[in-house]
Design a protein around this ligand. Structure first.
Ligand SMILES: O=P(O)(O)OC[C@H]1O[C@H](OP(=O)(O)OP(=O)(O)O)[C@H](O)[C@@H]1O
Ligand SMILES: O=c1cc[nH]c(=O)[nH]1
Ligand SMILES: [Mg+2]
Length: 208
């Protein structure tokens, strides 16, 4: 069974409260998503494997460490895009894949419209990013695509998760650890997270 890491860093907790506020304007919302993703990225990469690496300092040779596997970050469009720059800031060599999915408004089922992944995604540690894990349908479908391309080391980073989404993910992808900023109470009838923050994509891009 995969692990669920719920963030308890005070800065992350503080910023998520501001993100939830319905009066937070688009510009600030976008900045907060970026700041939260940066802080979460630090937590979500804490257990990356290291290998020995010889380095010559101006004084002497030594054996240091470097990250064992290159990284790919895969945002689920649209809202996941808001988290990409933050990961690129801490892992500048990461490659970026994109998976386009939207939830059908009637059925809440994910509909695919785009998928472009790095050719060597199977050799990379993959960090899937999406601010919201609601029913879990979108994340499960995105990770299905990534696994079809041979990737084995995958983790999911979301800002707010619902228990229903966590359960769905753990059933479908028990090997994928989940890093979430907050674990909320439930979904409502429209499959929105309660208390949540509303529609992340609309708030991020101002399409309300
Ligand atoms: O866990 P789920 O029930 O699948 O819901 C979560 C998905 O819903 C939102 O995307 P949305 O469909 O609103 O697309 P958008 O990012 O283009 O707004 C969100 O960014 C997730 O991708
Ligand atoms: O609460 C939710 C659920 C799905 N997608 C969102 O953007 N928000
Ligand atoms: Mg949306």
């Amino acid at each position: 069974m995969s692990k669920v890491h719920v963030m308890d860093h005070p800065l992350i907790v503080h910023k998520i409260t501001k993100l939830r506020d319905k009066d937070t304007p688009v510009k600030e919302f976008r900045e907060l998503v970026n700041e939260i993703a940066l802080l979460m990225g630090y937590e979500a990469t804490r257990d990356l494997k290291l290998v020995d690496k010889e380095v010559e300092t101006p004084i002497t040779k030594m054996v240091g460490k470097e990250i064992a596997k290159p990284i790919a970050v895969v945002p689920i469009l649209r809202a996941g895009l808001g988290m990409v720059d933050a990961i690129m800031n801490i892992v500048p060599s990461a490659k970026v894949g994109h998976i386009g999915l939207y939830r059908d408004h009637e059925t809440a089922q994910p509909v695919e419209y785009y998928c472009k992944l790095p050719v060597d995604v199977d050799k990379r540690e993959v960090i899937v990013v999406d601010p919201m894990l609601a029913t879990g349908g979108s994340s499960v479908a995105a990770i299905d695509f990534i696994k079809q391309r041979g990737a084995k080391d995958i983790r999911l980073m979301c800002i707010i998760a619902a228990p229903e989404g966590v359960e769905c993910m753990q059933k479908a992808h028990p090997d994928v650890d989940i890093y979430c900023g907050a674990l909320d109470e439930k979904l409502n009838e429209a499959k929105y997270i309660v208390p949540g923050l509303g529609d992340a994509g609309d708030r991020l891009f101002g399409t309300l």
